[in-house]
Design a binder for this molecule. Structure first.
Ligand code: 9D3
Length: 250
């Protein structure tokens, strides 16, 4: 799949694309990321990409014209119009694993990374098919959201994870995962000795699975009761799950 990224800060992408378990997805071209520096599509001595908002107000607005030239260059290079044109914006749909899976099953997209107050609405109306937000907090632009989306998609590609651990991902299963532990069995420090929960060393796979399920239920009930409600509504809680939840004093 191919992602064309239009950005004023292409240099933000290289280190991410060259690191971690997702590197192979990028380097193999399975997730083919091409960067289109917006400044290259600006004209005139000043290479303007932004200007003041009509009607007044704070900040600057990204101009439609350089974005249009970048989009045309991408389309010429791609040979076909990108079906999905995504703009990252605080007013977009909040990114979820369901949306990541949908996009991972497609053949890529054009990603627009806005800066300043946003992009001229006429360009968005003409070309953008999906606006994505990361949530209710304020960033300085769309580059990190674009990297977040690429990372979430790249790790779903076959062969990226050692185990197919995304089958067990919190947000695929719909509940939070419980704690994990590794060596040593007892972590000795100056302040005390901290053992691993004994059930994990018991060798009883059934007991371990039951304990993990209960950790997952309890953690979700405490931290994300919305996830418990959604799992219940979708029929993903067993009678045993409900019995355990009923014993919790939250
Ligand atoms: C003054 C109103 N602000 C809207 C909340 C203006 C504004 C702030 C930050 C306009 C753009 C931005 C830059 N943010 C993004 O480009 C962005 C973003 C974010 O800030 N939070 C969560 N998700 C995203 S996706 C893109």
């Amino acid at each position: 799949m191919r992602f064309d990224v239009v950005t004023l800060f292409p240099e933000l992408f290289a280190p991410h694309l060259a690191s971690g378990i997702t590197r192979r997805a990028y380097e193999s071209g399975r997730v083919d990321v091409r960067l289109w520096p917006l400044r290259d599509f600006a004209e005139g001595n000043y290479r303007r990409v932004d200007d003041r908002p009509f009607g007044g107000g704070p900040g600057m607005v990204m101009l439609a014209e350089p974005l249009q030239r970048a989009l045309e260059a991408v389309r010429a290079d791609r040979g076909a119009p990108a079906a999905v044109v995504i703009n990252f914006s605080p007013g977009g749909r909040v990114l979820t694993q369901a949306l990541v899976q949908e996009l991972a099953a497609g053949d890529g997209a054009l990603l627009l990374c806005g800066r300043y107050e946003g992009i001229d609405q006429r360009f968005l109306d003409r070309h953008v098919t999906l606006e994505i937000s990361l949530g209710d907090f304020v960033l300085s632009g769309g580059e990190l959201p674009a990297l977040v989306l690429l990372d979430a998609i790249a790790r779903l590609q076959p062969g990226v994870l050692h185990v197919e651990s995304h089958e067990q991902d919190s947000f695929s299963d719909g509940l939070l995962e419980g704690p994990v532990y590794s060596r040593p069995e007892v972590w000795a420090t100056a302040e005390g000795a901290w053992p691993v929960p004994p059930v994990l060393l018991s060798g009883h796979h059934g007991e371990v699975a039951r304990w993990r399920r209960q950790c997952s239920l309890e953690r979700s009930a405490r931290r994300r009761p919305d996830l418990i409600a959604a799992a219940r509504a979708a029929g993903r809680l067993s009678v045993e799950d409900e019995r355990f939840l009923a014993t919790l004093r939250l």
